[in-house]
Design a protein around this ligand. Structure first.
Ligand SMILES: CC(C)(COP(=O)(O)OP(=O)(O)OC[C@H]1O[C@@H](n2cnc3c(N)ncnc32)[C@H](O)[C@@H]1OP(=O)(O)O)[C@@H](O)C(=O)NCCC(=O)NCCS
Length: 219
């Protein structure tokens, strides 16, 4: 598809994005759970700030080719859980490397190893919808409940806004309480239910549509 306007993501290798006050690399700290902090860098550049030794520092940054195997492992946990996606076939690093190479917004949370990711895929091949991203967020089982899901979604929204998107949307299984909670916490609205939207392991599943408006659309 070729549309008049192209959406560009400042992924690995992009020059640092200037912050609004012009002081250089954009970097933001978020207080997370009592003993965690997330350093958010939606573009490559400055080193994370240092914290006390008892504080876990997590960096959110654009995904790189070398993250593919870890991301595949986290996605495959989500597939196994049977609450996140209609997909049932495990993915391998090669397939994930192609997603990363696709150049759409794709962030990972890292704390020594990769703990989770959030990414966008095309919502539609119609040009009118080119500013809408369909997103997914997955956190490793061992890292859930540390507010990484919220931090990843928030950072993804920021990266998408900077790339010119005006909306993020996804379908969440109605019984996926964790995903519905994380989306609410990250400023998404539930705007409808798609009943019996597909079968997983032979069982009909209802999906909740979630969306967050970005940029001018959010004004
Ligand atoms: C959904 C998922 C991404 C949440 O990530 P997470 O890092 O564990 O969630 P967070 O710690 O950021 O929690 C954010 C909020 O959701 C709530 N929450 C998290 N897990 C919850 C659960 N199982 N039940 C109810 N609420 C939950 C938290 O209490 C928190 O709420 P608060 O803001 O009121 O404190 C993670 O559970 C996961 O990867 N699940 C499997 C894949 C999946 O379902 N992805 C979504 C596909 S649509």
């Amino acid at each position: 598809m070729r549309c008049a306007r192209q959406w560009r993501f400042r992924g690995p290798g992009s020059p640092p994005r200037r912050s609004r006050d012009g002081e250089g690399q954009h970097e933001r700290e978020q207080d997370g759970a009592a003993h965690s902090r997330h350093v958010v860098r939606t573009a490559k550049g400055a080193e994370p700030r240092r914290y006390r030794a008892d504080v876990v520092t997590t960096t959110i940054r654009p995904a790189a080719a070398g993250d593919a195997a870890a991301i595949a492992g986290i996605y495959n946990e989500g597939i196994e859980d049977r609450v996140a996606t209609f997909e049932t076939r495990p993915r391998d690093a090669g397939e994930v490397a192609e997603w990363i190479a696709g150049g759409l917004p794709f962030l990972v949370a890292e704390d020594g190893g990769i703990l989770g990711y959030a990414r966008v895929s095309a919502y539609s091949d119609r040009c009118v919808y080119a500013g809408i991203g369909e997103h997914g967020v997955y956190v490793a089982r061992s890292a859930r409940g540390r507010r990484l899901g919220v931090a990843l979604l928030d950072a993804l929204a920021e990266a998408c806004e900077a790339a010119g998107y005006y909306k993020l949307t996804s379908r969440v299984f109605a019984d996926n309480g964790a995903s519905r909670a994380v989306h609410r916490a990250a400023g998404f609205d539930e705007v409808g239910i798609q009943r019996r939207h597909g079968r997983l392991d032979g069982e009909w599943r209802d999906c909740v549509l979630v969306e967050r408006l970005l940029g001018e659309a959010a004004a």
